[in-house]
Design a protein around this ligand. Structure first.
Ligand code: PLP
Length: 451
């Protein structure tokens, strides 16, 4: 990636505006063009092989080139490449996938509504919470509480839910009625002498105070990822969600569970809610719902909300929400096959078997002089870098050392992701013990180079 830009790179620079990319930097270095994938590996246009330590964007849980998924997609494309669910139309894969979601969800699910992306799922969640509260005669109950460093997408509403400054800067976000409460990152946010249980109780008390200050009759929902992914792989203490749940129940506030990353096995259970004791009233799913072989997202809602929405049709008629590609037949057919594979190949069991090996690799790196904290849940983890780990110091130029370390790792054939100064890993869930070995083998060298 040094030297003059190739033809493909020049064409890219002239034609594409890249998401989540520094445009000035991009013009200088050009894109990294990835050509194909196989198992847990991808290959660039020079033929160099990389182990995909991030499963793309936390999504390619079954790796690349799975022939069963490819065949399922081909079959659906041949049979019915497009249809929709508007006005009561339907098709078999949409029905079958909704049934599978109902069977696997960590809460009693009444209905499933489809979209194409995680952002659209979370936008839909906010609209459903508002619709529901209007339906049950609580029109003032509309505020949504999210968390600092939470990630929920980039549309106007989901981008407002996201609690990261660069998602707000220059976009005039967040919009009204969206608030942010504290981050459950004990290592960074815990006070001297505080236990994890005390820390969790403090965050729950802060949420309680926020709801009381705003007025419980104005707060509709709380939204959270079980493990914060794009905020830095922040794994909450065990006491955190139970303490939060009690507050939500006390104030009749919905609990929206954003399982866009954690869902379908990533944390060692089907859903992160099971790993962390969340009690959702609705769930957002995407990414590993189709193992990323086709775009699809879904929101699963409980009986109460489904009943309220149905009852509204008696008054307002049509339920005025839906996307042209929400529940695209390709996504649904691939989703059905993906879940069948997860079940048949016992992917959740595999994640549980690999998780201690993955964790041990991260823990071993915690001794490196550049590493402040190693953290993991199932097969997602991170190394938080620090110039002085004993003091939990932060770098004066945030993100620079993290980006350098990720670059060094890339040169050594591993794709990771620098989230500020956290080096994140979230490999395909099918990764083997030997491949975990290969993934982590060059990390110490990359950290030495960044030190
Ligand atoms: N929610 C979570 C937890 C995510 O990690 C993401 C994306 O990374 C989203 C929502 C947004 O999904 P999308 O990029 O498909 O809109």
């Amino acid at each position: 990636m040094d030297g003059p830009l190739s033809n493909a790179q020049t064409r890219d620079v002239e034609a594409l505006l890249h998401p989540y990319t520094n445009a000035v930097q991009h013009r200088k270095v050009g894109p990294h063009v990835i050509e194909r994938g196989e198992g847990v590996y991808v290959f660039d246009d020079s033929g160099k092989r990389y182990i995909e330590g991030m499963a793309g964007l936390w999504c390619a849980g079954l790796g690349f080139g799975d022939s069963e998924l490819i065949d399922a997609a081909k079959e659906q494309m041949g049979k019915l490449p497009y249809y929709h669910l508007f006005g009561g139309k339907s098709f078999e894969p949409a029905i079958e996938l909704a049934e599978k979601i109902k069977e696997l969800a960590p809460m009693p699910v009444s209905k499933v509504i489809y979209q194409s992306s995680g952002s659209e799922a979370n936008d839909t969640q906010v609209k459903l919470a508002w619709y529901y509260n209007n339906a049950r005669g609580k029109p003032e109950k509309k505020k949504i509480i999210s968390r600092v460093r939470g990630y929920h997408g980039v549309t106007i509403v989901s981008g407002s839910l996201t609690g990261l400054p660069y998602n707000h800067k220059r976009f005039d976000l967040p919009v009204d009625r969206i608030l942010h409460t504290g981050t459950p990152h004990f290592w960074r946010e815990g006070r001297d002498g505080e236990t994890e249980a005390e820390f969790s109780a403090r965050l729950a008390a802060e949420l309680d105070e926020m709801i009381i200050r705003e007025g419980p009759d104005t707060v509709a929902a709380f939204i959270a990822e079980p493990v914060m992914g794009a905020g830095g792989v922040l794994v909450p203490p065990a006491d955190y969600f139970p303490a939060i749940q009690a507050v939500l129940e006390r104030h009749d506030v919905l609990c929206i569970d954003d399982e866009v990353i954690c869902g379908f096995g990533r944390t060692g259970n089907w859903f992160g809610a099971e790993t962390f004791g969340m009690k959702p009233t609705s769930i957002s799913m995407a990414k590993q719902l189709t193992a990323a072989y086709a775009p699809l997202s879904a929101v699963a809602i409980n009986q109460d909300m489904a009943d309220a929405i149905e009852a509204q049709s008696g008054e307002v008629g049509t339920f005025g929400h839906g996307f042209t590609y929400g529940g695209h037949p390709l996504g649904c057919a691939v989703g059905v096959k993906t879940i069948e594979i997860y079940q048949r190949r016992d992917i959740v069991g595999h994640v549980r078997r690999m998780a201690p090996i993955f964790r041990a690799k991260l823990d071993a790196l915690a001794a490196h002089p550049l590493v402040g904290e190693a953290r993991a849940s199932g097969l997602m983890g991170g190394l938080e870098l620090s110039p002085d780990p004993a003091k939990k110091a932060a770098f004066c130029e945030p993100g620079k050392v993290g980006a350098y370390a990720a670059d060094e790792l890339l040169k050594r054939g591993v794709i990771s992701r620098a989230i500020g100064d956290t080096l994140a890993f979230c490999p395909p869930m099918v990764i083997t013990e030997a491949e975990i070995e290969e993934l982590f083998a060059p990390v110490e060298g990359a950290l030495d180079a960044a030190h």
